[in-house]
Design a protein around this ligand. Structure first.
Ligand SMILES: Cc1cc2nc3c(=O)[nH]c(=O)nc-3n(C[C@H](O)[C@H](O)[C@H](O)COP(=O)(O)OP(=O)(O)OC[C@H]3O[C@@H](n4cnc5c(N)ncnc54)[C@H](O)[C@@H]3O)c2cc1C
Length: 373
């Protein structure tokens, strides 16, 4: 079906039926917002795009576009997140996050490069079925899989085009100074005993990245690594060789660590970026799920007002810039505890204040161990 045909087909069928069925609700839901119904294209159905569809589908005419074919559409990610914050964000879409949780973390085993081992108490960190939640967020929406439409075609049909293509940032200008790490990951099935009963990470020297083992129930786990020094494949294979298991999926893609302050412009013409396309990844952890959903939440609140959206994103992710500078100085071996003590204290205070949001116990001694590695 050609692009214009499927759009008009969608307009007159699915959307109309859905809106008619929900007419009463819409009158009341709209009481919070004064904006008229807009035609919005959401490009990239990852965590940000799918969440946006779920938040906008009752008030606006939304259509999703995903370049992967439906049967191969997956989420390249370790699927780790924090339960309480996800519960709050999903509740805004009427979704119960608890139905997607696979493993509830109690403890994270940490092994430093110098072999020093310690544990971090977990309170909310979990793994969840990320792709199932993505698919469920899109229920009732028209999503075109296996396509990456041209910008001109989208501009002719839609009022707003949201770039949720993550690292690719396909519809926005290229960044002047991007910064990203390569990653590599296996989904592994274990026949007998799993290597670890909970989360395990191994940060690399100079904070160039880390290896992760994220449990996915009794028999499965994501094992992988991201590394600026490009040892990510070697480290993942080393673990696989040591503990065995059957690889049932292999994935990899770069992860953007350049934070929102480095990812402007956020919008151009009808296009607005949401999620990793504008750098919403916490650089110390490579955590992008909650930040990308929070970015989508800010977008919904400021729909149609790009300046306000940009301002709020900049404010919300202000600390990310400091965290990025800290990570980058370690990578370039330019780190000085004396010079960066102020930044480190701000990062510590931020994480301590948001301990519940990160789902783990935050201690200065652990941050220092990582800083000194
Ligand atoms: C290996 C790895 C492990 C990670 N583990 C975690 C973790 O455990 N916890 C965590 O919080 N974060 C993790 N992250 C980060 C997190 O996955 C991302 O930051 C987050 O998913 C970003 O969401 P997004 O929707 O902005 O982009 P994405 O999730 O990357 O989604 C982008 C979507 O756009 C599609 N797309 C791309 N180009 C086009 C195009 N031209 N047209 C249409 N569609 C397109 C892609 O196929 C994809 O579906 C990990 C990242 C990697 C790479």
């Amino acid at each position: 079906m050609c692009f214009k045909v499927f759009l008009s087909h969608f307009k007159t069928s699915q959307k109309t039926q859905e809106c008619q069925a929900r007419k009463i609700d819409i009158v009341f839901i709209r009481s919070e917002s004064t904006s008229a119904e807009l035609k919005i294209a959401v490009c990239g159905i990852g965590v940000a795009g799918s969440y946006l569809l779920s938040r906008l589908k009752h008030d606006h005419e939304v259509v999703g576009f995903e370049r992967m074919p439906e049967e191969r559409h997956d989420s390249i990610c370790a699927w780790g997140t924090c339960r309480p914050r996800m519960e709050e964000l999903c509740a805004k879409s009427g979704v119960d996050f608890n139905k997607y949780v696979i493993h509830d973390g109690k403890n994270m085993y940490v092994e430093m490069n110098n072999k020093e081992k310690f544990n971090i108490g977990l309170h909310g960190l979990c793994t969840y079925d990320k792709i199932r939640l993505i698919k469920d967020f899109t229920k009732g929406c028209k999503v075109n899989y296996g396509v990456s439409p041209k910008l001109e075609d989208l501009e002719a049909e839609f009022d707003i085009i949201v770039d949720c293509t993550g690292f690719h940032r396909v519809y926005l200008p290229k960044l002047e100074k991007d910064f990203f790490l390569p990653t590599y990951e296996y989904k592994v099935e274990y026949e007998g005993k799993v290597p670890y009963d909970d989360f395990f990470i191994k940060p690399f020297a100079n904070m160039t990245g880390y290896f992760w083992y994220f449990p996915l129930g009794d028999k499965l786990a994501h094992i992988g690594a991201g590394d600026y020094m490009k040892k990510h494949i070697e480290e993942t294979d080393k673990f696989l060789k040591e503990y065995g298991g059957k690889v049932i999926k292999t994935v990899g893609r770069p992860i953007r660590l350049a934070t929102p302050n480095l990812c402007k412009p956020f919008y151009k013409g009808k296009v607005v970026g949401v999620g990793e396309s504008i750098g919403t990844v916490y650089p110390l952890l490579g955590e992008g799920i909650i930040p990308s959903m929070e970015c989508a939440d800010i977008f919904v609140r400021n729909l149609g007002n790009n300046e306000k959206y940009e301002k709020e994103v900049m404010e919300h992710f202000k600390i990310y810039g400091k965290v990025f500078n800290f990570v980058r100085s370690k990578l370039s071996k330019d780190f000085s505890l004396l010079k960066q003590l102020g930044d480190m204290l701000s990062i510590f205070r931020y994480m301590k204040k948001n301990e519940a949001r990160f789902g783990m116990e935050i201690h200065m001694r652990d941050l220092m161990k990582v800083a000194k590695a």
